[in-house]
Ligand binder design. Structure first.
Ligand SMILES: [Zn+2]
Length: 48
């Protein structure tokens, strides 16, 4: 799942939002459980 772009801690346990769940988010993102920074997941759900 990777690590946070802001605090470099694991994103495990973070709050995942899938593409379009908010209505206008083209990409999935995870809210870091440590610093609450939004980490965009480009390519989420795609084969490559
Ligand atoms: Zn963080």
């Amino acid at each position: 799942m990777g690590e946070c772009i802001n605090c470099q801690q694991s994103l495990s346990g973070g709050d995942l939002t899938v593409p379009w769940e908010d209505g206008d988010n083209k990409y999935a993102y995870i809210i870091c459980p440590h610093c609450r920074c939004k980490n965009t997941l480009y390519g989420f759900g795609e084969d490559d």
